[in-house]
Ligand binder design. Structure first.
Ligand code: NAD
Length: 290
């Protein structure tokens, strides 16, 4: 069997186009554009690439982008003061502080300072709590993008057996909660899981978010499984995921490539969350399936 390759780029482009259409309606109704503020501290080159891509996608969707670049030795108090200023700014609907932050700054302090209703990254404990108990809030963009890919591929996920490999606050845990919300039977595997191949083999849906190049092998998979590869690993052979694509695509029913799978969905979901934030703040009605 050769798996269908899930086209994350195309699904992300469709989501961004949907958001752009609704942004246009929002602008004519309210007379302003939704705004995303992105804060970058220091010169980390990967972070700078992400911030540029986020700013570009924001503008392409018809939204306003406010970029704040701070030097790497910025004191924590200055960053917190900027967050306070953005929290109070009515033109700003979404605030994103790019991680990682330099060592003199406590990331938890910064994340918890962001107004939860502008926290479009979904990292604030209030939004983590809302997700856990099924209230509207903001869901982290990467797992939200994975859920959208799964729904696009499989439709109703109800009753499916899902294994999430990885338990980080940014990907694994929210991913598991989203799948539970869609009525999957969910297992979270992690670095202490015994016999990971046996755990993975019972899954209809596998989401790999580990950060280890080509770890999940084709022989671990249930034939026909849908595989979402979140991993981004730089190797001598270039960028690869956490799933061994060559062997997995012989067994899986459908699989995301790296690059071109989950990555484009992450940015599309950030744009989506920013629009949703603006819509909620203005009482603007939007298509809930967005
Ligand atoms: P993390 O390091 O915070 O978490 C990794 C998780 O993997 C941990 O919970 C750990 O328990 C688990 N793990 C480690 N070794 C394991 C093993 N041998 N077997 C089973 N589980 C093991 O990483 P993260 O932030 O969740 O990111 C995971 C991967 O996803 C990374 O490669 C990261 O670059 C990538 N990522 C991609 C995007 C995107 O937009 N595509 C976004 C975020 C993260």
């Amino acid at each position: 069997m050769t798996a269908k390759v899930i086209d994350g780029k195309a699904i992300a482009a469709a989501l961004r186009a949907d958001v752009a259409t609704q942004v246009a309606a929002f602008r004519s109704a309210t007379g302003r554009a939704p705004g995303l503020a992105v804060v970058l501290v220091g010169e980390d080159s990967a972070s700078a690439v992400y911030v540029r891509a986020k700013g570009k996608a924001t503008l392409e969707a018809g939204m306003a982008s406010f970029e704040h670049k701070l030097v790497s030795n910025t004191p924590e108090a200055d960053l917190l003061a900027l967050v306070d200023q953005l929290n109070a700014d009515p033109a700003v609907d979404g605030i994103l502080v790019q991680l990682p932050l330099p060592p003199q700054i406590d990331a938890t302090k910064v994340i918890t300072r962001i107004d939860p209703d502008k926290d479009v990254d979904g990292f604030h404990p209030v939004n983590a709590g809302r997700l856990a108990i099924g209230l509207d809030g903001f869901v982290p963009c990467t797992p939200l993008g994975c859920l959208k890919l799964l729904r696009a591929e499989l439709g109703d996920l109800s009753g499916k057996s899902a294994v999430v490999i990885g338990r980080s606050n940014i990907v694994g845990k929210p991913m598991a909660l989203l799948l539970l919300g869609d009525s999957c039977t969910v297992t979270i595997a992690h670095s202490r899981t015994t016999d990971l191949p046996a755990v993975v083999r019972q899954a209809d849906i596998v989401v790999a978010a580990v950060g280890r190049a080509n770890m999940v092998k084709g022989e671990w998979l249930k034939p026909g499984a849908t595989v979402i590869d979140v991993g981004i690993n730089r190797t001598e052979a270039g960028l690869v995921g956490d799933v061994d694509f060559a062997s997995a695509s012989e067994v899986a029913g459908a699989i995301t490539p790296v690059p071109g799978g989950v990555g484009p969905m992450t940015i599309a979901c950030l744009i989506r969350n920013t629009f949703v934030s603006a819509a909620r703040r203005e009482g603007f009605r939007y298509e809930k399936q967005l």
